[in-house]
Ligand binder design. Sequence first.
Ligand code: TXA
Ligand code: MG
Length: 339
Amino acid sequence: METKLLTASPQAIEEAARLLRAGETVGIPTETVYGLAADATNSAAVKKIFEAKGRPQDNPLIVHISCMEELDRVVRRIPQETYQLAQAFWPGPLTIIMEKSDAIPGTTSAGLDTVAVRMPSHPVAREIIRASGLPLAAPSANLSGLPSPTTAEHTFRDLKGRVPLIIDGGPCSVGVESTVITVAGDKPTLLRPGYITKEQLEAALGREVALSSAILNKLADGEVAASPGMKYKHYSPRANVIILKGSFEAYRAYLASHAQDGAFAMCYEGEEALLDLPCIPCGRADDPASQAHALFAALREADDRNAKVVYAHCPAQDGLSMAVYNRLIRAAAFQVVEL
Ligand code: TXA
Ligand code: MG
C-alpha cells in the first residue's frame, strides 16, 4: 500500500480521524515517541497494528485517551491512585494499568484482564483522539525490535508500505516511551521507567512504589514478565551494542585498545575530541533529559553509519537515568563490561 506522510494540519488530522474510524492504522506523533494508532475497541483494526509492526501477539498495547470522561469507557473502575496520578501527570508521559472494561477486546490487552491507559500531552495526538472520537491503541511506531521512532522520518522508514498514513508533528520532546505503573494490584508497581521518575510517582501517591525486577535486570529463564514488553531484546540497531561501565578515563582507555574497523563510541557531547573512535554523541553527560531525547536517534545513526559494534558509556541508573539505562541495556541485549 502507499503510505502518505502529511504535516499536521486541520485537514491532515481530519484525514487521520477518518481512517481511524474506518478501522485503519495511522502513525501519530506523541511527546514521548511516535505511535502506531488504531481504534482500541476494534479487534480487526488492532490486529493491523500487530501485523504492520511484526509485534508478538502476547505484548499488550497502550490505550490513548484525551480526557477523563473517556477513561470510564475503557476501565472497569477507577482506583483512587489513578486520580492522584492523573492530577499530577496527565496529560503527559505516564501510563497507568487498571482493570479493563468489556469495551477493550483481548486483542488490545493481549488476553490480560488489565489495560494500560495514557493521556498524551502532544497537541496533535490529542486532536487526533478527539477528532476520531475513539480511544486509540498505540504502541511505539517502530518495526518490532528496532529503536522507537522519535521523528516522522524514522516512522516512515520503518512503516512505509505497511500503513496508509503518518502525521508529522515534529520531533518528540521526551524521546523515550512513557513511564508505566500498575495500580491494579495490592501496591503500585513501576513496570517501565520513563520521564516521570519513581520519586515523582511516590510524591504524588504519598506512598512507596515498588520496582519490577525486570527493569534493570534480565529475567531469569522461565520467569514471567509483569509487563510483557520488558522481556524482549528491544530497541536494537543491527550493530552489536556493548555497555562499558566505569570512569571516563577507563572508558577512554578501553576504546583506545578496541579501535577496530566498524567500532563506534556512543559518548556524551564534548567528549568526541578525547576518544580514538568515530563518535555518536548522545546528549550531555550531566543532563539525563538530553540523553533520553537523543538515545533512539543515536541508535538509528549507528545503523546509518554501518557500525558493527557500538561501545556505550554506561549512564547512571537513578531518576530519569533509569529510563535511559533500561532502554540501553535492552539495545545491548544485557552485555555490560565492568571496567
Ligand atoms: O510513550 C509511550 O508509551 C508510547 C507512545 C506511542 O504512547 N507507546 C508505547 O507502547 O511505548 P509500546 O507498546 O511500545 O509499549 C507498551 C508497554 C509494553 O512494555 C507492554 O508490555 C506494556 O506497556 N503493557 C501494556 N499493557 C499492559 C498491561 N495490561 N499489563 C502490563 N504491561 C502492559
Ligand atoms: Mg515499543
